[in-house]
Ligand binder design. Structure first.
Ligand code: SAM
Ligand code: ASE
Length: 350
């Protein structure tokens, strides 16, 4: 093993120390999101001292100053040193303003909040999950391991937070996901488990000639209409359970971050059900984070797979495993397209 380490890493394990302490960086960003620091600085007309930030938010000056300094350390905030004896002034960077302040079109604020409040506590049980080979929903929430979405949607508040998490990544990956493979030939698109409709919105923009239906559970559809739907949206909703109920008729079925939630058996059940209602020439589009075939990366996807172990009965797969499931369900003409972003696509035809 030792021959894999460079001499400098043996002398001083910089990378290892960075990883060991890495959670502090995540938590510093999460805490600043929760406290509203990025929102305050993004809307402030001028740079602010730690004391001004603390006063505006009703929090301690000492704690605020340490947190602000750490955020400057990771280059998420900027600092201006004034004349001697005057306090330093903190201001937002473009990255903090666009991605960490609430509410902007590209904001990842909801992602940070979900990781902080749900993922982080769950990951306290990672060793148990690995030991037992199953999710920790029983221990943490008292919900049986196979009741995946009962555990994720424990209350209206939890549902909103999860939907906020699902929604926000598509401001970054949505356009690439729907255009990586040309879908213009499909006229009736059904986004199964389409959640808030964020991907559907990209589909209606990229393919104005096609109609898009978002299919999800009744409670989710209700929340999506109440909290995420916009006046200008042209897609429609259809409530149901994709395991229990009939699927709407369409010529393209989209499964975005669906198969990675479920056991191989349930994936096959769902894909066969789609194959049954799909007309010849129709297809199914999978949108997932793809592992490399040898599973040596990408690191983020390897970590997503551990997250799926913590929260679901599924996993992240390399292309061959999805391709195998698609063929076993009767689909052919499988086309795999890596986007270079987090989420990749696979199209298969009947
Ligand atoms: N496709 C969305 C995305 O990638 O942003 C959401 C993915 S989320 C991981 C899984 C979605 O499947 C949720 O919106 C959930 O409500 C929905 N879902 C789970 N079980 C379902 C079922 N039995 N029938 C219909 N929708 C379901
Ligand atoms: C799911 C996706 C997620 C089910 C549970 C989840 C995500 C977090 N929890 O289908 C988002 C993507 N993955 C990660 C690790 O953030």
């Amino acid at each position: 093993m030792a021959e894999n380490l460079s001499q400098s890493e043996l002398d001083y394990p910089f990378k290892l120390l960075e990883y060991i302490h890495g959670f502090r960086v995540s938590k510093a960003i999460f805490a600043a999101c929760e406290l509203g620091i990025f929102d305050l600085l993004a809307t402030s007309p001028c740079a602010l001292s730690a004391q001004q930030v603390a006063q505006a938010l009703g929090i301690s000056t000492d704690g605020t100053e340490r947190l602000l300094n750490a955020l400057v350390g990771i280059e998420i905030l900027q600092v201006e040193t004034q004349a001697e004896h005057k306090p330093v002034l903190y201001s937002s960077t473009d990255v903090a303003g666009v991605y960490l302040a609430k509410g902007g079109a590209k904001s990842l604020h909801n992602m940070a909040i979900y990781q902080s409040q749900t993922t982080y506590p769950l990951w306290n049980h990672l060793a148990d999950a690995v030991r037992e080979g199953k999710n920790q929903n029983e221990k943490v929430f008292g919900i049986p391991p196979e009741e995946i979405f009962q555990a994720i949607y424990r209350s209206e508040e939890d549902m909103l937070k999860f939907m906020g998490l699902m929604d926000c990544v598509w401001s970054l990956d949505g356009h690439d996901a729907v255009t990586a493979i040309d879908l213009a030939g499909f006229r009736n698109i059904v986004d199964l488990g389409g959640c808030t409709g964020a991907l559907a919105r990209h589909l209606t923009k990229a393919y104005p000639g096609s109609s898009v239906v978002v299919f999800d559970m009744p409670v989710v559809v209700e929340m999506a209409k109440k909290h995420f739907l916009r006046e200008s949206d042209t897609f429609t909703f259809h409530s149901g359970d994709f395991f229990q109920n009939e699927l709407p008729v369409g010529d393209l079925y989209i499964l975005t971050r669906i198969l990675h939630d479920w056991s191989d058996d349930k994936c096959l059940t769902l894909l066969k059900k789609i194959h049954d209602v799909c007309k010849p020439g129709g297809g199914v589009l999978l949108v997932e984070a793809l592992l490399l075939e040898n599973r040596r990366g990408p690191l983020q996807t390897q970590l997503f797979s551990l997250n799926m172990l913590m929260q679901t009965e599924g996993r992240e797969h390399p292309p061959s495993e999805y391709t195998g499931m698609l063929r076993q369900s009767g689909f052919g003409d499988v086309q795999v397209c890596r986007t270079g972003k987090t989420y990749d696509v696979i199209l298969a035809l009947k």
